[in-house]
Structures are given as structure tokens and as C-alpha cells.
Design a protein around this ligand. Structure first.
Ligand code: CO
Ligand code: CO
Ligand code: CO
Length: 320
């Protein structure tokens, strides 16, 4: 495959050269623009909920860079033969409500006829050029904090397989639709060294980007990682998204898994997430305070999941 050239510019603060969440372009001494885009096929049956989740997911990359979303554009692929316009209206209402909750504005969009339903947004945000959070700043000694449970890929795969999730469906939907804005606001009040959001490459895939860009090792404590209670039994039942296998293959020589980890447990760590939480590297001396601030601000699921180490730079270790 031909290598795609990476543009460089003195005002381009974050571009294609790092595997970060979004591009950042310095406009003035005080303002940098954040650009990001994301869209995907439905993961829940309720169109209004799907719209909210897709929007929360698209907005997340702005928060992961430490920024605030300003405007957004809808991106829609719509099979008119399969769905009524009422369905589309519900999806767009979900997106609208979530973007409004974020304090941003939907200012336009584009729809094409497609074989498969797709929805997402291109989002523009702002951040102070000196306060951009990337995945490249983690330092040995930092504590790692994760703000949402993992396992959404497993659960939504079970849903597609007609498995009845019961009350868990509502729980996981609400969690995916939850904005990462509160966690971002708490980050503004503390020294934070690195941040990324957990999405398609799973907890270990996005952690690898942090390890590689920051030239450090990460160490996770399996028992501390928040996850949905049904995730492991569902993996046993065979509900494993294809992306989890791809992530496992790609990360093969980049992860050091404890021999005591079961295949189901490691699969959960490779599970691709939709609208996942933020993974934040915080200096150890105020990690506990930071965690308490997250809990009292309305992110009770946030947990200390591991630490940054000087050993095995670029690699992730998981201990049980
Ligand atoms: Co991201
Ligand atoms: Co993204
Ligand atoms: Co980032």
C-alpha cells in the first residue's frame, strides 16, 4: 500500500503523524481548532438512542484533547427503501439533543443514499494551544484512570444476535450516550499528563498508542478494570465482535498478558468500544484527589486501573 503523506505546518499542533484522537490547528496565540469525525452503523434498535450515542461518540474526541465542542455537521447514509423518514428524524433528534447538551450547535450536514444506515458527526472544537491533551505526555509514575466500564462491543454483539440483555440494555445505552464532558472539566482543574478516549481499538489498543507516543510502558491491574457484569459470560456464549480478534492480532507483540488471564478476560481487554470512557494519565501525588473529584462531579464509575512505568516502553502489561 502506498504511504499517505503527512502534511506539516507550524500551526498544525496535532496531525497525522501521531495516532491521536483529533487534529489540532493553532489559529491564534489563545485558540486552537480541534477537528474530528466519526460515524457508524446502528448498534441499538432505538433510533433516538442510536443518534444520541453516535453524537456522544463523535464529541468524545474533542473532550479527549482537552477541548470544548463548538459546532457539528451531521453525516448520514440512509437506505430509503428500508426505513421511513420518521426513523431518520428520530436519529437526527437524538444527535441534536446530545450536541445541545454539549453546548454546541449542529450547523449543517450531508445525507447520501446508502445500502446500510450510517450516522455520525464531524465536530469542531476549541482548546488553548498550550493546554492540548494528547496521548504523548504520559510519564513513568503516573496513575491511569478509566472513566467508563468496558464491554460495549460484547454487549452490542449479543444484541445483534437477538440475545435479551434485559435491564442491562438500558444501562449500557445510557453509558454510551453519556458525554465525556464532565471528565474533561475535572481534567481542567488538575495537572493531567495524557488523555485518550477508548473506542474501536479497545482498552489495550488505545493504551498502546499512549505507550508508543509517550515512550513508556503501561501496566494494568485486571481486577481494577471496570466492566459490564454480563460481558465475560457473553464472551463464553460466543458473542465476540470481529474487531476484538483484529485488535488481538494487531497487538500481539505489544501486550504482555499474565498467564493467569483467561481467554475471555483478555478478549474483554481487546473489545472495541463505542463511545467509551477517557483513559487519563495523572501524576501519582494527586491521583486520589482527581479520582474523588471525578466521583463527586458525576462520574462514579471512574477507577484507577493501572500505572505508567519506565519498563517495556511501547508495551502494555496486564497483571491479575
Ligand atoms: Co478517540
Ligand atoms: Co474517533
Ligand atoms: Co488525544
Amino acid at each position: 500500500m502506498q504511504k499517505i503523506p503527512h502534511p506539516t505546518d507550524e500551526n498544525l499542533l496535532v496531525g497525522l503523524h501521531t495516532a491521536d484522537d483529533a487534529g489540532v490547528y493553532k489559529l491564534t496565540a489563545d485558540i486552537a481548532l480541534i477537528h474530528t469525525v466519526d460515524f457508524f452503523t446502528p448498534i441499538v434498535d432505538d433510533p433516538y438512542m442510536y443518534g444520541q450515542i453516535a453524537a456522544a461518540n463523535s464529541l468524545s474526541d474533542v473532550y479527549a484533547m482537552g477541548g470544548r465542542p463548538l459546532t457539528a455537521l451531521n453525516i448520514v447514509g440512509f437506505p430509503q427503501i428500508l426505513f421511513s423518514n420518521d426513523i431518520l428524524a428520530e436519529i437526527l433528534k437524538g444527535g441534536y439533543d446530545k450536541v445541545t447538551e454539549a453546548g454546541a450547535l449542529i450547523v449543517g450536514g450531508h445525507t447520501i443514499t446508502d445500502d446500510e444506515l450510517k450516522y455520525g458527526l464531524a465536530v469542531t472544537g476549541i482548546v488553548h494551544p498550550d493546554k492540548v491533551l494528547t496521548n504523548a505526555g504520559a510519564r513513568a509514575g503516573d496513575v491511569l484512570i478509566l472513566t467508563k466500564p468496558i464491554g460495549t462491543g460484547i454487549l452490542t454483539t449479543a444484541l445483534k444476535g437477538e440475545y435479551q440483555l434485559g435491564t442491562l440494555l438500558d444501562q449500557v445505552s445510557q453509558m454510551m450516550a453519556r458525554l465525556n464532558n464532565i471528565a474533561m472539566e475535572v481534567m481542567q482543574k488538575f495537572t493531567v499528563n495524557a488523555c485518550t478516549d477508548i473506542s474501536g481499538f479497545g482498552l489495550l489498543g488505545h493504551s498502546h498508542e499512549v505507550a508508543k507516543s509517550s515512550r513508556v510502558g503501561l501496566q494494568f491491574q485486571l481486577s481494577q478494570i471496570p466492566h459490564y457484569r454480563e460481558a465475560l459470560p457473553l464472551i463464553k456464549k460466543g458473542f465476540v465482535p470481529g474487531g476484538a480478534g483484529n485488535n488481538r492480532i494487531f497487538l500481539d507483540d505489544k501486550v504482555l498478558l499474565s498467564e493467569n488471564l483467561s481467554w475471555e478476560q483478555s478478549t474483554l481487554l481487546f473489545d472495541p468500544q463505542t463511545s467509551g470512557g477517557l483513559l487519563i494519565a495523572v501524576p501519582a501525588d494527586h491521583a486520589e484527589q482527581f479520582l474523588q473529584a471525578l466521583h463527586s462531579a458525576g462520574v462514579p464509575e471512574a477507577a484507577i486501573v493501572g500505572r505508567v512505568v519506565a519498563e517495556h516502553p511501547g508495551q502494555i502489561e496486564v497483571v491479575d
